[in-house]
Write a protein that binds this ligand. Structure first.
Ligand code: SF4
Ligand code: SF4
Length: 64
């Protein structure tokens, strides 16, 4: 299973990923950075492609 993570040290809070996510899984947190709700994420990868700063990474979730 894949997991998607926002690198908060890079994220600019631009919101592009929020608009790109077909499943409404991303929001901006209190710190102004994107947060992915993995309960809603369907692992489509759209956010990874759209982020202008390459701050969203696809990582292998070794637990699953
Ligand atoms: S991988 Fe797809 S479903 Fe998951 S947060 Fe990114 S755009 Fe949304
Ligand atoms: S598109 Fe990238 S920089 Fe913009 S809010 Fe999403 S993760 Fe942050």
């Amino acid at each position: 299973m894949k997991k998607y993570e926002v690198d908060k040290s890079i994220c600019a809070g631009c919101g592009a990923c929020i608009n790109a996510c077909p499943y409404g899984a991303i929001k901006i947190g209190k710190d102004g950075k994107a947060v992915i709700d993995m309960n809603k994420c369907q692992q489509c990868g759209a956010c990874v492609k759209i982020c202008p700063f390459n701050s969203i990474k696809e990582v292998d979730d070794e637990i699953n």
